[in-house]
Design a protein around this ligand. Structure first.
Ligand code: IPM
Ligand code: MG
Length: 366
């Protein structure tokens, strides 16, 4: 049987550095008899510099063909003046859209060794383990009409359209209910049905999927602004949160910060099953390209390594290896290993990106 295939897109900023550490983990898996066919490509500014576009047709074709894509990060200040459609971020939006990766899974998990890093009190976040399922390919980031136009009164008008169809809501709701069944069986759906028609539809369709297909899962609804407040007040009340593209973007950043470090959080973006039964999939850390520390060996590779763990679990049916990798990360943190972003008041010398990768591989081998 052929090895599963993986396309690595390191992207910009710290992307290449953190991805190099995933390569070490892939190497270690090889010693365990788990092999991947790995190829690498360009995305974001790195692609723009070479091809003049943030995502070339060739790269997109490869992304559609492989079993999973692993992405680092996109974006750098030097592209701020570039046309909107050619910015690094446009490459990311395009690959999500073209692969139809509608379900974005963003876990926010508090590692015991890092509970004091949270801006909230340890007793509020200790043991936190929530999963945000963000709709990723529709809503206001993609809706038409959009643009900036003359308002014919001497000014301009900026337009974006929030738009959701029944089918788009139902499929991401199913992803959330499936996820809940693997976890603690609770889903909280967030929208603004008090002010938005798309929110009313969202609530009704999520409820429909629940009543017809997942009556065994506990479902609640919350206005997204209250959801933001509850996330900060008492985050452990949640198991799975399902929400639209825009609210999910905001709420997942807030949830990420609850855990103390954005450098720790992985994500998976999943689409419909391919012919081989695996879902279309792209895995990426939640943090961005961090241009301020790029190329200095300071970045924390854990979010990217944990994104690869999600790939092992959701794309390759290697849940045991995923768990082993997650436990290795936990052990390394418990042993006091820290990259610069995780240095607390106690001081000490931080590990470099590469040293953290080595420590994780060493813990795997233990
Ligand atoms: C994210 C990011 C992206 C988004 C940007 C970089 C386009 O903020 O993945 O959350 O808004 O989706
Ligand atoms: Mg975001």
């Amino acid at each position: 049987m052929a090895n599963p295939s993986l396309l690595i897109l390191p992207g910009d900023g710290i992307g290449p550095e953190v991805m190099a550490e995933v390569r070490k983990v892939i190497g270690w898996l090889g010693t365990q008899g788990v092999f991947f066919d790995v190829e690498e490509g360009l995305i974001g500014g790195a692609s723009y510099d070479v091809h003049g576009v943030p995502l070339s047709d060739g790269t997109l074709e490869r992304a559609q063909a492989v079993d999973a894509v692993l992405l680092g990060a996109v974006g750098a200040p030097k592209y701020a003046g570039v046309d909107y459609a050619l910015r690094p971020e446009a490459g990311l939006l395009k690959i999500r859209k073209e692969m139809d990766l509608y379900a974005n899974l963003r876990p926010a998990q508090c590692f015991e060794a890092l509970a004091d890093f949270s801006s909230l009190k340890r007793e509020v976040v200790s043991g936190l383990d929530i999963m945000i399922v963000r709709e990723l390919t529709s809503g206001i980031y993609f809706g038409e009409p959009r643009g900036i136009q003359d308002d014919n009164q001497g000014g301009r008008v900026g337009i974006n359209t929030q738009r959701y169809t029944t089918a788009e809501i139902r499929r991401v709701a199913r992803s959330a209910f499936e996820m809940a069944r693997r976890r603690n069986n609770r889903v909280c759906s967030m929208e603004k049905s008090n002010v938005m028609e798309s929110g009313i539809l969202w609530r009704e369709e999520v409820q429909w999927v629940h009543d017809h297909e997942y009556p065994d899962v506990e479902l609640s609804h919350m206005y997204a602004d209250n959801g933001a407040m509850q996330l900060v007040r008492n985050p452990r009340q949640f198991d799975v949160i399902v929400t639209d593209n825009l609210f999910g973007d905001l709420l997942s950043d807030a949830a990420a910060m609850l855990t103390g470090s954005l450098g720790m959080l992985p994500s998976a973006s999943l689409g419909a099953p391919m012919a081989n039964g695996r879902p279309k999939a792209l895995y990426e850390p939640v943090h961005g390209s961090a241009p301020d520390i790029a190329g200095q060996g300071k970045a924390n590779p854990i979010a990217t390594i944990l994104s690869f763990a999600m790939a092992l679990r959701y794309s390759f049916d290697l849940g045991d290896h995923a768990t082993r990798l997650e436990q290795a990360v936990e052990r390394v943190l418990a042993d006091g290993h820290r990259t610069a972003d995780l240095m607390g008041v106690e001081g000490g010398t931080p590990l470099s990106t590469s040293q953290m990768g080595d420590a994780i591989v060493a813990a795997l081998a233990r």
